[in-house]
Write a protein that binds this ligand. Structure first.
Ligand SMILES: Nc1nc2c(c(=O)[nH]1)N[C@H]1C(S)=C(S)[C@@H](COP(=O)(O)O)O[C@H]1N2
Ligand SMILES: [Mo]
Length: 434
């Protein structure tokens, strides 16, 4: 099968036209429509044959036939990430590359909704705070460092859509599988201290976050994303305005030179390239705050259910979850092997993890893993266990975390229309040779 032109190439030549040709542009809010007309023709040309089920292709979905081109897409300063999309850049980290206690900068996933600022100058960067406060103020990064206590914490950031790729029926959006999560060491000042300095009015109920990235359409008056959090989350002592990641400059794709880190909540609350916070007297209604964005039904629904908009609620804390980071899946063990050391991380949004169990018999029996305390709240927790194999054959290792509220990872996805909060257990395949 000969590819006429790859997605990357097409996008490099004329991004807007490529977008339009491939996906069509339905409306301002739903950037990409379903494949049809010229887009369908382009895709069929690319794969070289008809696509019988083209009607089922979700909007914005990158056809697997183009995966090769995306593999060649290099992101400077990142290493080993799987690129899901090149415009905007979205890339996740395979679980076995997330084995470090502190996620290295080059392994931290990237989720962009728009185009990052191309030239940033940390020395002249300003952050201003306004709205329902006593006095609007602004600071340079040097000012922030001078005027507020500088703190360093290990904080996990997970995209609300991590695991969306496992949904059936599929949900539109980036088809993340496991790796839209990371736990780097973030250095910055507490958002709480900054809000104390400007003095919140009694009318303050929500933050609104603004950054320097631009909308994919290129229109200056359109924002790619502007989300916010209730004041209670904003004043949590682990909600940071960060200027360093693992003691280095923040990676340009992860929000350099200044970003929010709102650990335990959907990654979208952790605004990158941050330059303005507007304190509001109502729930913020910026792009990706309204409709069904980062929202789930207020009640559990069966897969495929159409849920009325008014029955959605804004996602706050992320659910309990774990990853197996060693060994890598598809581990092939030599004949005679009867035990294996497995390990990974577990985390639980605003909560913490109290137990991790592992199973090698498809969940019939469970072994309690050794679990470390978090080094600070919102750091993911290391777990490790030894599992045994009675004979040769095919096994799966499953990991299941439980949090301090008694919430436990499910076997199956708790389906919701937009594909958020998938905390189903991670499973890896292991074979022991005869
Ligand atoms: N300015 C800005 N901030 C942003 C985004 C964005 O597109 N623009 N994406 C958000 C989303 S959806 C996620 S999951 C996190 C991801 O952070 P990372 O790219 O550093 O991993 O950034 C959030 N902050
Ligand atoms: Mo996200």
């Amino acid at each position: 099968m000969k590819k006429e032109r790859g997605l990357t190439e097409l996008y490099q030549e004329d991004p807007d036209r490529a977008d339009y040709e491939i996906f069509g542009r339905k409306s301002e809010t739903n950037r990409r429509g379903f494949l049809k007309g010229a887009g369908l023709a382009t895709l069929m040309l690319t794969v070289g044959m008809p696509i019988p089920y083209y009607k089922n292709l979700p909007a914005g979905w990158v056809p697997a036939a183009w995966a090769d081109n995306l593999k060649d897409f290099v992101i400077q300063g990142k290493n080993g990430l799987d690129v899901l999309n090149d415009r905007p850049v979205n890339a996740q980290t395979p679980p076995h590359l997330l084995d470090d206690d502190i996620t290295p900068v080059n392994r931290h996933f990237i989720r962009n909704n728009g185009i990052p600022p191309t030239s940033v100058d940390a020395s002249s960067w300003m952050i201003k705070v306004e709205g329902e406060i006593q006095k609007p103020m602004q600071w340079s990064i040097q000012d922030l460092k001078r005027e507020f206590e500088v703190v360093t914490y290990r904080l996990q950031i997970e995209c609300g859509g991590n695991g969306r790729g496992f949904f059936n029926p599929p949900a539109k959006g980036n088809q993340w599988t496991l790796g839209a999560v990371g736990c780097s060491e973030w250095t910055g000042v507490r958002l709480k201290d900054v809000l104390d300095a400007v003095g919140l009015k009694e009318t303050a109920v929500y933050t609104a976050h603004y950054g320097a990235d631009t909308h994919l359409s290129g229109k200056a008056d359109k924002l790619p994303i502007s989300r916010g959090v209730p004041i209670s989350k904003a004043i949590n002592p682990y909600s940071l305005i960060a200027f360093a990641q693992n003691g280095e400059d923040i990676h340009p794709m992860n929000g350099a030179p200044l970003r929010l880190v709102m650990p335990g909540w959907p990654g979208s609350c952790s605004h990158k390239w941050l330059n303005r916070i507007w304190v509001r007297d109502q729930v913020h209604d910026g792009p990706k705050m309204t409709g069904t964005s980062y929202r789930v039904p207020k009640y559990n629904v069966a897969a495929g259910t159409k849920v009325p908009k008014e029955d959605f609620k804004i996602i706050q804390s992320m659910p309990v979850k774990s990853l197996i980071t060693s060994p890598q899946t598809d581990m092939k063990l030599p004949s005679g092997t009867r035990s294996l050391f497995v390990r990974g991380h577990a985390w639980a949004g605003d909560n913490h993890v109290t137990d991790v169990h592992v199973s090698t018999d498809f969940g019939a029996t469970w072994v309690k893993a050794n679990l470390a305390d978090p080094v600070n709240p919102y750091a993911w927790q290391r777990w490790q266990a030894v599992v045994n194999f009675p004979s040769h054959g095919y096994y799966e290792v499953w990991a299941r975390a439980t949090d301090n509220q008694g919430n436990q990872q499910p076997f199956a996805i708790n389906w919701n229309p937009k594909g958020y909060l998938n905390n189903a257990m991670h499973r890896i395949a292991v074979t022991v040779a005869a």
